[in-house]
Design a protein around this ligand. Structure first.
Ligand code: F6R
Length: 247
């Protein structure tokens, strides 16, 4: 694993956007795996700015999001589809047909999961997967469990994730309790993984996930077994790491 120290959230975002931009420049038909949440917002803002400045061209790129709430459609302002359209897709020239997100309104969850896996495969697999990490060590919505879930699946969200998400909803009872998510195997198949993490409240999970035992109770720990992972963290997020990360 490669650790890159960032001074703060903005510095983390600049470094992450730089890596994603370089991937696109090196491979114009790059297949991105993308995340939602607070962590990538700054990164998406920069990619949009650089596209606006004429430095990037997403016309041949594709993007697969990690996850989507079950029960929310593209018009719901809490859906991840809405988030992606608002914060990135509407600001760059990625083609509509190349924006992939699980369909939260799908009638047949099992078929939807199979369709999603097949679509990723059909695009030749993910070149670079951007990840955040949950306070409990989740990646995508792969929550702590007794085993690693492999492929894209429908999952029950844990209390801690529902609690963390409730800040985005007016009423707690509106917070979805299930979500579609890429599985651990789906994520691990990405050729490169770029995880971004900011803030002291994530310091403990960063230490456990990347320096502790690899176990499904800390889903992100599996990334220790991937051969091309870059973790960009700011001072707060890396504050409990005792090992020398180099410079
Ligand atoms: C989002 C996702 C989640 C988040 C994680 C961190 O698509 O899959 O795993 O990456 O919950 O969220 P933030 O960045 O809001 O702290």
């Amino acid at each position: 694993m490669r650790f890159i120290k960032a001074a703060d959230y903005n510095d983390m975002s600049r470094k992450a956007a730089g890596i994603l931009a370089a991937s696109l420049i090196m491979k114009p038909g790059c297949v991105f795996g993308l995340a939602t949440g607070d962590s990538p917002l700054g990164t998406y803002g920069l990619l949009a700015d650089w596209y606006g400045g004429g430095d990037l061209d997403f016309s041949r790129a594709s993007a697969f999001n990690l996850d989507e709430y079950r029960g929310l459609g593209p018009d719901s302002d809490q859906s991840y589809r809405y988030f992606m359209e608002r914060n990135l897709f509407s600001k760059i020239n990625i083609k509509q047909e190349n924006r992939f997100i699980p369909d939260g309104l799908a009638a047949d969850p099992r078929a939807e999961c199979a369709r999603y896996e097949a679509a990723i495969e059909g695009c030749g697999g993910i070149d670079i997967q951007l990840l955040g990490i949950g306070l409990n060590g989740h990646i995508g919505f792969n929550e702590p469990a007794g085993e690693f879930c492999k492929d894209t699946h429908l999952t029950d969200l844990t209390e801690s994730t529902i609690e963390a998400n409730s800040r985005f909803f007016e009423r707690r009872e509106d917070v979805p309790i299930q979500a579609y998510t890429m599985g651990i195997r789906t994520i691990m198949r990405a050729r490169k993984i770029l995880l971004i993490v900011s803030g002291e409240r994530k310091a403990e999970i960063v230490e456990r996930a990347f320096f502790g035992a690899v176990a499904p109770e800390v889903p992100a720990s599996i990334l220790q077994f991937h051969n091309d992972v870059t973790i960009i963290g700011d001072d707060g997020a890396f504050s409990l790491i005792k090992q020398n990360l180099g410079d």
